[in-house]
Design a protein around this ligand. Structure first.
Ligand code: SAM
Ligand code: SF4
Length: 325
């Protein structure tokens, strides 16, 4: 029996686990502008709880786990934890989403873990603008982080750029050139209304408009590879002249819901049926008491609540650092 199948027949074998809500950046589009109320430490899942969660998920048929946050690399001993996950689940596809700022000193360790991909956020190549968007981040540290992992192993390194009209949309050519030079896949993400109040219709750029505004737009063709077809919210384009690939994450304007294969679990053990769900199903107590049946039932309950489309639910307007992106 397929335990991860939802009422609409979608199989949710791709799980995104947030390991912390803490972050060393305060990106305007992610964190509330009036200060952050962190989740109490006692409520955050311990590494042992997370290992047990991975075990239950694997038994239920999960094939891929992405660790995210907040910023996963600010959590103490995160790389040791990831090593343990790799040892315990050698066949699981593992990946990581990070802001890249703490990556350089951890690069060797992370690259030895045979991760499928490391996704790094990079919204601008301009140091002042970087500071303006992230409030506390340093562009040079992130570039160092990117270069410490790029092209050094089979682990794919992808850049995630949230595009905001009038803020960084004019930088698409530079970002494309940087990605081409470093041989990285750039993914342009639609700005989602999940922020601390900076989202507006004027700032939002749809995937279609992004594609229209690409330099040499006539050279970009929709990719027909199997990866592109099964990419969920991502559309992949390829430049016929250079062979460069580009991802466009149309999480808002295009309804990728029919092919959604994801389930999200927050750092305090709440299973979210959808990125836009206000409320999920709490499994922290079941995890802490190592109750396999209760944990499984909690996950199944959340799967049953998965909406057919995100438009069908009332958005909880949570901030992204809590959900895990
Ligand atoms: N700290 C890590 C990072 O920045 O990559 C991982 C967590 S972050 C919440 C995951 C992803 O969510 C990042 O790529 C970030 O750009 C994206 N994100 C956050 N808020 C967003 C928003 N309002 N709209 C679109 N993407 C957003
Ligand atoms: Fe931190 Fe990532 Fe949110 Fe930026 S997007 S504040 S780096 S969690």
């Amino acid at each position: 029996m397929e335990l991860l199948k939802d009422p609409f027949g979608r199989i949710l074998h791709y799980i995104r686990i947030s390991v912390t809500d803490r972050c060393n950046f305060r990106c305007q589009y992610c964190m509330p502008k009036d200060g952050v109320l962190w989740i109490d430490h006692g409520r955050i899942l311990r590494y042992e709880d997370l290992l047990f969660l991975c075990h239950v998920l694997k038994d239920m048929g999960a094939q891929k786990i992405r660790f995210t946050g907040g910023e996963p690399l600010v959590r103490k001993d995160f790389t040791l934890f990831l090593k343990k996950v790799r040892e315990m689940f050698p066949s699981m596809t593992l990946s990581l989403t990070t802001n890249g700022s703490l990556l350089a000193p951890l690069a060797e360790d992370l690259l030895s873990l045979n991760l499928e991909s490391i996704n790094i956020s990079l919204d601008t190549l301009n140091p002042e603008r970087f500071k303006m968007i992230t409030c506390t981040g340093s562009l040079s540290e992130v570039i160092q982080g990117i270069q410490s992992v790029a092209g050094r192993s089979k682990t794919k390194v992808k850049l995630n750029t949230v595009l905001m009209r009038g803020i960084n949309d004019h930088e698409i050519p530079e970002l494309l050139a940087f990605a081409l030079k470093e041989d990285l896949l750039l993914r342009l993400i639609e700005f989602m209304p999940l922020d601390g109040g900076v989202w507006s219709k004027e700032r939002f750029i749809s995937a279609d408009d992004i594609i229209q505004s690409l330099p040499e737009s006539e050279l970009w063709r929709e990719e027909a590879s199997e990866e592109a077809i099964n990419a969920g919210p991502a559309r992949y384009l390829i430049n016929e002249a250079t062979g460069q690939r580009l991802g466009i994450i149309a999480a808002v304007s295009h309804h990728f819901c029919a092919s959604c294969n994801r389930l999200r679990i927050t750092s305090e053990g709440e299973v979210l049926p959808c990125l836009f769900s206000g409320k999920g199903v709490e499994i922290r107590d079941a995890l802490r008491s190592r109750d396999e049946e209760k944990t499984r039932q909690g996950i199944i309950k959340a799967i049953r609540q998965k909406p057919r489309r995100w438009l069908d639910i009332e958005s909880g307007k949570e901030h992204m650092f809590r959900i895990g992106g």
